[in-house]
Write a protein that binds this ligand. Structure first.
Ligand SMILES: [Zn+2]
Length: 157
């Protein structure tokens, strides 16, 4: 199929169909998307707004994408897709959690992109934390060894 030009009716039809698919009331509730989440994903071009991971690079990445309150609700962040929601990979969302940089202004920032820019360095720094990388590497090493063993032997440890 030829790539539809984003200015054509074909593209608009694809987007309309996508919205219908993702908001289909027959989908299980936990995978159904609210209308404004579809808009958020499109606005981000399908990239994590913190780390830039391509959220449609795999089925897993797509279904693991999450929304984040850029300024956490307990810091006054609004439940507002235009101002305070970001689309993120689940790793960025988890590692950011409910934090907000102490030295960054808060809800007085009235621009969503500026809010994301204020917190992005903290998220990226946390992603690089040596300790977390080491834990992951160790876990992978353990599992590689475990998978190479008969189950009975691996279970003894
Ligand atoms: Zn990310």
């Amino acid at each position: 199929m030829a790539l539809a030009d984003a200015s054509t009716g074909d593209y608009k039809d694809l987007v309309r169909k996508l919205r219908e698919d993702l908001t289909d009331p027959n989908l299980p509730r936990n995978v159904r998307w609210p209308e404004n989440l579809v808009a958020l994903m499109l606005r981000a071009n399908g990239y994590c707004e913190y780390c830039g991971t391509d959220l449609v690079s795999s089925l897993e990445a797509f279904w693991a994408s999450e929304t984040d309150h850029v300024i956490p609700k307990d810091r006054g962040g609004e439940d507002d897709y235009e101002l305070n929601k970001a689309i993120a990979c689940n790793w960025c969302n988890r590692i950011k959690g409910k934090s907000w940089p102490d030295d960054a202004p808060g809800v007085e920032i009235r621009d969503r992109s500026a809010r994301i820019a204020a917190v992005r360095p903290m998220v990226l720094e946390r992603r690089r934390q040596r300790r977390l990388v080491e834990i992951f590497a160790r876990f992978r090493e353990v599992l590689e060894l475990r998978r190479a063993q008969p189950k009975e032997v691996a279970d003894e440890v």
